[in-house]
Design a protein around this ligand. Structure first.
Ligand code: SAH
Length: 257
């Protein structure tokens, strides 16, 4: 009997209504689901009651399930004839190790299908009512990780900031909160301190929190508000309007005090 393909499915940023129809169908057909940490449990409501659900993130017990174990489990279950779905937060191919998983599964002779999901950085900015590429302010957007796998290969943040400034690019930084001091120091070398920044934690979920500030204010504002992972840090002139609104609200507040 031919084996079923393994499907890497993007579960979106959190709000279960942001799942695609393809994702819902794949989840509903799965007999085994391997679920990452950042996936909202509500999406599992689409799974069959008899489906086996394996949490492979930190919630799974250990600090984080080793990637080799996840690979082995997927191969083993697919070879046993199961319909395996690998559920990942956001989009499986945006900082989701989807590439590594596909390469491994294909090397084992298995077929793989991929279902896109809405990536957190895009959804987070949309919740603020701001287009990532508003044509008055940005010619493009860069999705970048603040957490390089190999520390020797961390991006040159100063160079990136210069380019973003010159080419009018919005920077969307994933996994950037813990390394913010280093990232901020680099970015300040190429972008004005007045550049607007938005930080969004738990985007699209009821517990979403956000912060609008300038690049200069960012480290202190983040510490004051206590925003933590999972959060995206988004930098660029697309937030000019929101920053102006904040400043007006602060002026009014100061006037009343
Ligand atoms: N594949 C995922 C990203 C995985 S990397 C995607 O496409 O969205 C994990 C990082 O994504 C987190 O550290 C955080 O920076 C970001 N992230 C994921 N979900 C988020 C959410 N709901 N709100 C804000 N950031 C989120």
């Amino acid at each position: 009997m031919p084996l079923h393909p393994i499907t890497l499915v993007g579960a979106g940023p959190g709000d279960p209504e942001l799942l695609t129809l393809k994702a819902v169908r794949a989840i509903a057909q799965a007999t085994v689901l391997l679920v990452d940490d950042l996936v909202n449990d509500a999406v599992l409501a689409h799974a069959q009651p008899s489906a086996r659900i394996v949490h492979v993130g930190k919630r799974g017990g250990c600090r984080s399930t080793p990637q080799a174990f996840i690979h082995r489990l997927m191969v083993q279950e697919a070879r046993a004839g199961e319909r395996v779905v690998r559920l990942k937060g956001g989009d499986p191919f945006i900082f989701g190790r989807g590439g590594e998983e596909i390469a491994h599964l294909q090397a084992e002779g298995l077929t793989v299908a991929v279902v896109n999901g809405i990536t957190a950085g895009l959804a987070a900015v949309t919740t603020l009512g701001v287009p990532l590429t508003h044509r008055d302010h940005a010619h493009g957007v860069v999705f970048i990780t603040g957490h390089a796998q190999d520390p020797a290969q961390t991006p040159d943040w100063a160079q990136l900031a210069h380019t973003a400034h010159q080419c009018r690019l919005t920077l969307v930084i994933y996994m950037g909160v813990s390394g913010l001091a280093h990232i901020h120091a680099g970015l300040r070398q190429g972008l004005p301190g007045t550049t607007p920044v938005a930080v969004v934690q738990h985007a699209t979920l009821p517990e979403q929190r956000e912060l609008i500030c300038t690049l200069d204010e960012l480290p202190q504002a983040l510490a004051r508000e206590g925003l933590r992972s999972p959060a995206v840090i988004v930098i660029g002139d697309v937030f000019r309007g929101l920053l102006a609104l904040r400043d007006r609200a602060m002026d009014t507040h100061a006037g009343q005090a």
